[in-house]
Design a protein around this ligand. Structure first.
Ligand code: WTA
Length: 638
């Protein structure tokens, strides 16, 4: 594998890894180019054929309705429910007794559910929700650790036609309160706590505070996970296990027939303003898109044991822990806690113990585990692994090679999947048969045309950096931002309105082989350990502290986390910064948003670089911090 330098001196582009014969022989798609060509020439035909693989209560009239661009609709006239596809239809086959879920808690407790058992739990909880007055179209907020009840609660909502809004269990009071408020949720499902690195995360305590800050919650259902004492309010708070033991929790519950375009969930994600956006997905298109991408990219087979080591509280968990694998009838692995607790072999131990065949995780996790050395994975029999996956941020070639060599023993291709909350599922990704270049997400999935362009929409030259756009609609695309369709248009579609392209918000380049290399975000979104945060969210948490008058945050490269947040703060008049205040501000952000948002450093400054119109020039702060050229400063105010 001779390293060849291209014009820009990027040597790793010449490094290629080819799949072995058994991967090729077993691949669900043997010829990418052929199917890709078909999917572009007849996009609707391609998606219709994929949609036929699901169960519909009523077939669609139209595959794609583009009469109200950019508000595309898919499979209009069709009736479906994602839960019917993820559970009900399997009950008619031998899959009824197949394991749907293997779950391990951080302390080592284990629970397993067959499809039959999962159906019973989901139906019971669906009936509980109904008894609490939950109706079709209503949004239930779920704030939980990674326990089976999280999956059960999501499926129970979808089954009865309610939408869920899952708030990541690592978020804190303000983040949760804001999301409850925006969704106007009446019902909150949470847990007394969860386990993380041997410690309890106090979810119920945070939930109680958040309920206090948002006026809409009438009912809070709490799963008992840790058994610690928590405050429960009469008439508002109920224990999950008590409700599930009442006669009302009948194990039979009809699955609601939904319009293809009915809301399945909203998931809040960070954007360029302080207010998080509720990205909305629907029953029909999302079912088709997630199931198809999962089946083709990870070559799902009946005997697979699939482990997506994300948190169900983010899109990766929604699409690829819960919905796609269950639709495809796979056995899903879910683990509650930290990868290195109690020892750095925790994951490898579970792969061996459960015979996991596909592991899908983030570059941050890989880098974190790599740091502990080869001896930890080497000590375990990882021969059950067939494929590996990566998501959330660009994977550096060094981590890629370690993952490939030490974890996959040079047998398992790595599916580096680029996608977003808004895309619902994979967009740029290899298939198992794709020759791989470490660090490149390779090529567009079926039905997608992607390009790297300048501000006017002209394609940049091969190998040059530009903005990533997706040229056409796909079934898994977000339908809108909940309650704010204008913002949906503005954020994703306005820049390339003439062409009708979707702006991803990432910069990328495409090399001479047509391989896409994602560089990173070009807006004010920061990816910390693969988690998506907004500079504005962190800034507004900082200014909510009594001592702070103004704040700016930027992302700087970090060896493990990919990026880390650095804050610049102007204090109120008369105050001066010191070590204690720096620590207090970090804690404050942790308490308001969550530990992942804690700034790496807080620097006290007298002023911030601004444009004449008063916008903070974060790019100038970043250039200064990195010691590089500050670029065009003509708009900078003195
Ligand atoms: C980044 C996560 C490089 C990207 C599924 C995108 C990636 C943002 C990759 C979306 C990848 C995701 N390589 N970058 N394989 N996957 N990203 O909404 O910047 O949490 O825009 O969705 O993550 O983050 P989100």
């Amino acid at each position: 594998m001779a390293a060849k330098l291209n014009a820009k001196g990027q040597e790793h582009q010449a490094e290629m890894y080819y799949p072995n014969q058994s991967i090729k022989d077993n691949a669900n798609v043997k010829d990418y180019d052929e199917l890709y060509k078909r999917s572009i020439e007849d996009r609707e035909g391609f998606w219709a054929e994929e949609a036929e693989k699901l169960d519909w209560f009523q077939k669609w009239d139209k595959v794609l309705d583009d009469s109200e661009k950019p508000f595309y609709k898919w499979f209009t006239g069709g009736k479906i429910n994602i839960v019917h596809n993820a559970i009900d239809r399997h009950l008619q086959t031998w899959r009824r007794n197949k394991l749907a879920l293997i779950w391990e808690g951080e302390p080592g407790d284990v629970a397993t559910y067959s499809y039959h058992a999962l159906d019973r739990e989901v139906s019971k909880f669906a009936n509980v929700l109904k008894s609490m007055g939950v109706r079709k179209g209503e949004i239930v907020t779920i704030y939980m650790p990674q326990v089976p009840e999280l999956m059960i609660a999501m499926l129970a909502c979808a089954k009865i036609g309610a939408a869920h809004s899952v708030v990541y269990g690592g978020f804190s009071v303000e983040a949760l309160a804001e999301r409850i408020q925006d969704a106007q949720s009446r019902v909150l499902v949470t847990a007394d706590g969860g386990w993380r690195r041997g410690k309890i995360v106090d979810l119920k305590k945070i939930a109680n505070e958040a309920i206090g800050r948002s006026a809409t919650i009438e009912v809070c259902i709490t799963v008992q996970r840790t058994g610690q004492e928590v405050y429960m309010e009469n008439d508002r708070d109920f224990w999950y296990h008590e409700l599930m033991n009442l006669p009302i929790a009948n194990a039979k519950c009809a699955t609601e027939e939904m319009d293809a375009e009915d809301m399945l969930f909203i998931l809040y994600t960070s954007g360029t303003t302080g207010r998080p956006k509720g990205v909305l997905h629907t029953h029909g298109g999302y079912s088709v898109y997630t199931a198809t991408t999962h089946r083709y990219v990870f070559d799902i087979k009946e005997e697979d044991r699939w482990w997506c080591a994300a948190d169900p509280g983010w899109i990766t968990g929604h699409s690829y822990i819960v919905y796609a694998p269950l639709i495809n009838g796979a056995t899903v692995m879910m683990y509650e806690g930290a990868p290195n607790h109690p020892y750095p072999n925790r994951w490898w131990q579970m792969i061996e113990k459960y015979g996991i065949s596909i592991l899908y995780t983030s570059p941050t996790a890989i880098r974190g585990l790599m740091r502990f050395g080869d001896q930890w994975p080497r000590r375990h029999d990882l021969s059950s692994l067939r494929l590996l996956g990566s998501v959330g941020e660009p994977i550096n070639p060094e981590a890629w090679r370690w993952y490939y060599k030490v974890v996959g023993n040079e047998r398992c291709p790595i599916m580096d999947t680029w996608w977003q909350t808004e895309t619902g599922g994979f967009v740029i990704t290899p298939l198992p048969v794709t020759p791989l270049k470490p660090g490149s997400a390779t090529k567009p999935f079926f039905g997608h045309e992607v390009a790297v362009v300048d501000d006017d929409g002209n394609e940049v030259k091969t190998g040059e950096e530009g903005k990533l756009v997706l040229k056409g609609p796909w079934p898994g695309m977000a339908r809108t931002i909940y309650g704010d369709p204008e913002r949906y248009k503005e954020v994703y579609w306005k820049d390339y309105e003439k062409q009708g392209w979707y702006k991803a918000g990432d910069s990328a380049r495409i090399d001479e082989d047509g391989y896409v290399w994602i560089i990173g975000r070009i807006d004010d979104v920061i990816k910390v350990s693969g988690y998506r945060l907004g500079t504005a969210e962190v800034e507004s948490a900082l200014v909510s502290h009594a001592d702070v008058s103004e704040a700016a945050t930027i992302a700087l490269p970090h060896e493990l986390k990919g990026n880390a947040i650095h804050a610049y703060v102007i204090l109120r008049a008369g105050l001066s910064g010191n070590k204690e205040l720096e620590a207090a501000l970090k804690d404050h952000v942790g308490k308001e948003i969550g530990p992942i948002a804690r700034p790496e450093t807080v620097t006290f400054v007298e002023s911030l670089p601004k444009t004449r119109s008063g916008k903070i020039m974060r790019r100038v702060l970043k250039a200064r911090a990195m010691g590089v050229d500050e670029g065009d400063l003509s708009t900078l105010e003195e």
